[in-house]
Ligand binder design. Structure first.
Ligand SMILES: [Zn+2]
Length: 344
C-alpha cells in the first residue's frame, strides 16, 4: 500500500510502498479515507517528539476510515464501521505496536497512524461514528477539534462571558476559536506571527494581533480588558510564552497546548503577578484530557444539532502524493487545517 514515511529527520516524507502484516490481538485494519495534518507531525519531522530513534516510521494521528478487518479479541468495532482514528486512548484493548515491511525490512510504527492507504490501529484508538457524519468532521475528532473542545471544558473550565487569548492560529488555534464560541466566550482575541486577521474573524474571533508587527500587549488594548481569563498557547515557542503569560487576568488560566522543544526553557517575568486574584494557573495539557469513548458521541450530537460546526476551518485539501507541499504551506503559515484525501 501507499504511505508517507518519515525516513530521515528534517527531510521531506517519502511516498513509498509499505507492506502489512497479519493482525495481532486487539489490532484493527482500517482503510483510511481522510487524514488531517497536525502541528505534531511538523514536530515529528523535526525530531522534537523523541521519535528520531524510531525512523523510518509512519505518520499522522487524526483520521477517518472504514474498518476493513478486525484482529483476535476485537469487540468494539466490526468490518464496515466508519471510525474516528484518535491518538488519545479510549475503551478497548491496548494492542502491541504494529509491524509493517518497508524496503525489505520490518518497520515499527505507532499505535495509530493515518498518512497511508491502510493502517493497523490499536482497538482503543478507534471509535465508531454514524455513517452519515462527514468524513472531515470525523477526522477532526481525532485530534484538533477534540483537543480544543476538551481543553476549554476540562482545563480552562471556561465560563460564559470570560475573555480568551488564543496564541498561534494554526490548525489547532482555529479549532480553539470554535471551542471558545461554543463556551460563549466574551471577547476572543487571536494572535499569530502571520497576518491572519480575515481568517480569524471568519471563524468568529473578535480581534486579531499580528505579533510580528505589534507587541503582544496590544491584545489588551484592542480587547479593552485588563487581562485575559484564559490564554491558550498553541505555538510552544518560549518567547511567545514569555510575552503572553503576563497578559493573564487575576484567577486566569494559562494552558500550554503546544510543546516547547526538548531542553528549551522560558522565564516567568515579574512572577509576583501569578498571585493576582485568587491566583493564576499555568498548566500543560495532554489533549485537554479528551476522552474518546465519552466525548465523541457527545460531539457528534452537537454537530447534528448544529451547535458545533467546522465551517471555514479547512483551507486546503491535498493528496498523499503531495503531502510535502501541504506541510510546507503549513510551515509558512499559509494554510490552516489541510485534509489529505488518501485515495485521490
Ligand atoms: Zn494532533
Amino acid at each position: 500500500m501507499k504511505a508517507a514515511v518519515l525516513e530521515t529527520i528534517d527531510a521531506p516524507l517519502v511516498i513509498g510502498d509499505v507492506g502489512l502484516s497479519a493482525l495481532a490481538r486487539g489490532q484493527v485494519l482500517v482503510k483510511i479515507l481522510v487524514s488531517g495534518i497536525c502541528g505534531s507531525q511538523l514536530q515529528e519531522i523535526a525530531g522534537n517528539k523523541g521519535n528520531a530513534k524510531f525512523v523510518p516510521h509512519l505518520m499522522g494521528h487524526e483520521g477517518c476510515g472504514i474498518v476493513e478487518e478486525t484482529g483476535p479479541e476485537v469487540t468494539k468495532v466490526k468490518k464496515g464501521d466508519k471510525v474516528v482514528l484518535h491518538w488519545r486512548k479510549g475503551d478497548g484493548i491496548e494492542a502491541d505496536f504494529p509491524t509493517y515491511t518497508y524496503k525489505g525490512k520490518n518497520m515499527g510504527s505507532g499505535k495509530v497512524t493515518t498518512f497511508s492507504e491502510y493502517s493497523v490501529v490499536s482497538e482503543n484508538r478507534v471509535t465508531a461514528v454514524p455513517e452519515d457524519i462527514s468524513n472531515d468532521f470525523c477526522a477532526l475528532l481525532g485530534c484538533g477539534l477534540s483537543t480544543a473542545l476538551a481543553t476549554i471544558e476540562n482545563e480552562a473550565k471556561m465560563r460564559p462571558g470570560e475573555n480568551i487569548l488564543i496564541v498561534g492560529l494554526g490548525g489547532l488555534g482555529a479549532c480553539f476559536i470554535k471551542a471558545a464560541m461554543l463556551a460563549k466566550a466574551g471577547t476572543i482575541v487571536a494572535l499569530d506571527i502571520h497576518d491572519k486577521k480575515g481568517f480569524a474573524e471568519s471563524l468568529g474571533a473578535t480581534h486579531f494581533i499580528n505579533s510580528a508587527k505589534e507587541d503582544a500587549k496590544e491584545a489588551l488594548t484592542r480587547a479593552g480588558v485588563k487581562g485575559f481569563d484564559v490564554i491558550i498557547e498553541t505555538s510552544g515557542n518560549s518567547k511567545s510564552i514569555e510575552a503572553t503569560l503576563p497578559l493573564l487576568a487575576g484567577g486566569g488560566r494559562f494552558i500550554m497546548v503546544g510543546q516547547p522543544k526538548p531542553g528549551e526553557s522560558f522565564e516567568v517575568r515579574d512572577a509576583n503577578h501569578l498571585f493576582g486574584g485568587e491566583g493564576k494557573m499555568l498548566k500543560a495539557t495532554q489533549g485537554g484530557q479528551f476522552s474518546p469513548s465519552k466525548d465523541i458521541t457527545r460531539y457528534v450530537q452537537m454537530y447534528r444539532d448544529g451547535s458545533l460546526n467546522i465551517d471555514n476551518l479547512i483551507t486546503h485539501r491535498t493528496s498523499l502524493d503531495k503531502v510535502n507541499d501541504a506541510i510546507t504551506l503549513m510551515r509558512e503559515g499559509k494554510a490552516n487545517r489541510i485534509m489529505i484525501d488518501i485515495w485521490q
